[in-house]
Design a protein around this ligand. Structure first.
Ligand code: ADP
Length: 293
């Protein structure tokens, strides 16, 4: 049992509700969708899947997943290890393409763009749909060059423009004040939490629309975790964020919607305020309250 799991073992729905930032407000249209067994409709979904399945060779990792992720919001993907959270996350910027033997079925779209189409420009897609990984992975370069990296790759900007974009990105990642006097120093000298914010700044520098985060705080201490959570809440004003997390309270604290997965299947997807107070599925309640996982 991991630390997260043992912490969860003592949870109850009321205690999860306490972690929510806002109370569940009943919305009539959303209620009738729920009554009909559908997740509440989203206006202008940024990401969507319909009956989307993914196979690693003979292993089916995603089973007919259908969901819509609205823009400028935080969506958490939760579920036990191996249930397909990272696979679903990576599907949104085709990171799974790099794995030999991967096959997909069904539909997956980003603002209407068919992500399964061979003609999709994957380099441009990954600029628009950026990714932050579990372990901070700064390059062995200066702080400045880490953030400027994608700008050099893209080209077309002069030195002044690059400097401006690096500063803006570091400010948005809530790191500027800590590094402004040592931009030429190695990124590897930063603490783990600072490195993760640097990776977020690197992602922001190329002006993405979506940020995919795969357990972005699980390698960090509690205060660095809190800073990442604050940053996520700040960034969702301008970006669509999808975050995989093992930490139920974190999902309750930072997400607007939660998707609960089990063995490749999307069991339940709803507004977090509802999922953590009155889940429709018994399995969701059992998972959220730590009875398995
Ligand atoms: P989670 O993120 O929920 O822990 P993953 O998406 O990593 O789950 O994995 C889902 C399933 O796909 C698991 O059964 C896992 O073993 C399998 N899987 C993940 N990555 C690969 C891979 N590169 N090759 C083969 N199987 C994989």
């Amino acid at each position: 049992m991991s630390t997260d799991d043992s912490a969860r073992a003592s949870l109850s729905l009321p205690s999860m509700a306490a972690a929510l930032r806002r109370p569940a407000v009943r919305d009539a249209a959303a209620e009738s969708a729920r009554a009909a067994g559908r997740p509440p409709a989203t206006s202008g979904a940024t990401l969507m899947t319909r009956d989307f399945s993914l196979y690693y060779g003979a292993t089916q990792a995603l089973r007919a997943v259908s969901l819509e992720i609205p823009s400028t919001s935080v969506t958490a993907i939760i579920g036990p290890s191996g249930c397909g959270k990272s696979t679903l996350l990576r599907s949104f910027n085709r990171m799974n393409d790099m794995i030999p033997g991967v096959r997909t079925e069904g539909e997956i779209r980003f603002t209407g763009l068919d992500l399964r189409a061979p003609s999709t420009d994957v380099v441009e897609l990954r600029r628009r749909v950026g990714m932050v990984f579990q372990r901070p992975n700064p390059f062995p370069k200066s702080i400045f060059e880490n953030v400027a990296f994608g700008l050099h790759m893209k080209g077309g900007m002069n030195r002044g423009e690059i400097e401006g974009r690096v500063e803006t990105s570091l400010r948005r990642a809530a790191l500027w004040d800590e590094v402004r006097d040592r931009l030429d120093k190695s990124a590897l000298q930063l603490s783990g939490g600072q490195q993760q914010r640097l990776c977020i700044a690197r992602c922001l520098a190329v002006e993405p629309e979506v940020i995919l985060m795969d357990e972005p705080a699980s390698a960090l201490d509690p205060s660095a975790t809190a800073r990442i959570e604050e940053l996520v809440l700040e960034l969702k004003r301008d970006y669509t964020i999808v975050v995989v997390t093992h930490n139920m309270q974190q999902a309750a604290r930072i997400s607007d919607r939660t998707a609960f997965m089990l063995t490749g299947t999307l069991v339940e997807y709803d507004e977090t305020a509802f999922m953590f107070t009155s889940p429709k599925e018994k399995l969701t309640e059992e998972y959220i309250t730590g009875r398995f996982g």
